[in-house]
Design a protein around this ligand. Structure first.
Ligand code: ADP
Ligand code: MG
Length: 347
């Protein structure tokens, strides 16, 4: 967690982390429907360290589920690289992909009907992935019992999904996802259909498993309360990671922060710090708030000062030798005149 915080400002968040379990590099996913192409992921970078719990947030349609489906081996990326626990997801055969899905990742979906087969009891649901994984009957029964205990569902082992509450079904879904001891748990809005109390309990369980089993977890959520408790929160915008929010080691005193930056997901600026991600070739997404407030019109003058960079609307930038615009006007005067137009992004 802390290595990320200290490496935040301009380190591309991929490939560099030595203990990364998940590394996505410039990931692209294009869906073709009839003759129309939908670019669901457009050059997304992501790195998740072993044992980390990362929350993914973002507007509907921003590519969160697509990302989880690619990382989970359900969808093949159109371009870019994706490695999970030593598996190269861009170069797997169908057979390798099936094995990967069976043993390396667990997946939980928002709709409990997708997590549990309705005609099987909970225990049978937990046993099923083990049958597919070739686990013998004796070990299977033992592991099923252990898993149900782990998620607090022992007393419901013989019930069918329709006899369980939404929260109980999702607890069961966790046991199913962990049946073959995957290295990575992917949860796509697992609390989306639960009331806030049950959602909190579900998240507490995921957090406990993350800590106790050192289970690397990626959770997509709309819920700011949940996002605030993850090690890191990544915001996805238009198929790319745009910002990253990390919990502050020591909360700021009241009034000592300007706030606002983390408002997207409702996290307090006093307890969390949000930074914009800059990829390896220098692309970033300006916060929506900046685009709404400043009339860039698609172009900005870039002023590189001694220790920071300023972006000015191209039509409004003061002359480089102007009289004291901003803290670093002196050093700005020593720089060549900024180019007349600089692209904010190349996407
Ligand atoms: P999110 O989970 O953030 O709501 P998705 O990853 O589901 O977003 O979708 C990202 C974009 O990709 C959306 O425009 C969506 O319509 C499109 N999309 C997702 N899955 C498919 C699919 N199987 N076929 C066609 N388009 C898809
Ligand atoms: Mg989704």
């Amino acid at each position: 967690m802390m290595p990320y915080a200290s490496a935040l400002p301009n380190t591309p968040n991929t490939a560099s982390a030595p203990n990364a379990l998940v590394t996505c590099d410039n990931l692209v996913k294009i869906y073709k429907v009839d003759d129309i192409e939908v670019v669901a992921l457009q050059g997304l970078d992501l790195s998740v360290a072993t044992g980390e719990m990362v929350a993914i947030v973002g507007a509907s349609g921003s590519g969160k589920s697509t990302l989880l489906n690619v990382v989970g081996g359900l969808d093949v990326p159109s371009a870019g690289r994706c490695f999970v626990a030593g598996n190269d997801l861009t170069r797997m055969s169908e057979a390798q992909r099936t094995t990967y899905r069976c043993f390396s990742v667990g997946h939980i979906w928002q709709q409990s009907g997708r997590n549990l087969l309705p005609e099987l009891t909970l225990a049978e649901n937990v046993a099923l992935p083990q049958v597919m994984g070739g686990v013998g009957a004796g070990r299977r029964a033992k592991r099923t019992a252990e898993l149900l205990e782990l998620v607090g569902m022992t007393q419901h082992a013989r019930k069918k999904p329709h006899q369980l509450s939404g929260g109980e079904q999702q607890r069961g879904a966790i046991a199913v996802a962990l049946a073959n001891a995957p290295a990575l748990l992917l949860a796509d809005e697992p609390t989306g259909e639960l009331d806030s109390v049950t959602a909190g309990e579900m998240f507490a369980l995921l957090r406990r498993l993350n800590k106790e089993l050192k289970l690397t977890t990626v959770i997509v959520t709309h819920d700011a309360a949940i996002a605030s408790q993850a090690d890191r929160t990544l915001a996805i915008r238009d198929g790319r990671t745009s910002t990253e929010t990390v919990r502050r080691a020591a909360p700021l005193a009241a009034g000592a922060h300007t706030g606002g930056a983390s408002a997207v997901i409702g996290l307090s600026g006093a307890t969390h710090r949000e930074v914009v991600l800059i990829d390896r070739v220098g692309r970033l997404q300006l916060p929506t708030e900046a685009l709404e407030r400043i009339a860039f019109g698609g172009r900005a003058d870039v002023r590189i000062l001694a220790d920071h960079v300023e972006l000015w609307p191209a039509h409004a930038a003061p002359a480089p030798d102007g009289n004291g615009n901003g803290a670093g006007a002196g050093s700005a005067a020593e720089l060549p005149a900024p180019p007349s137009a600089v692209k904010e992004t190349e996407a």
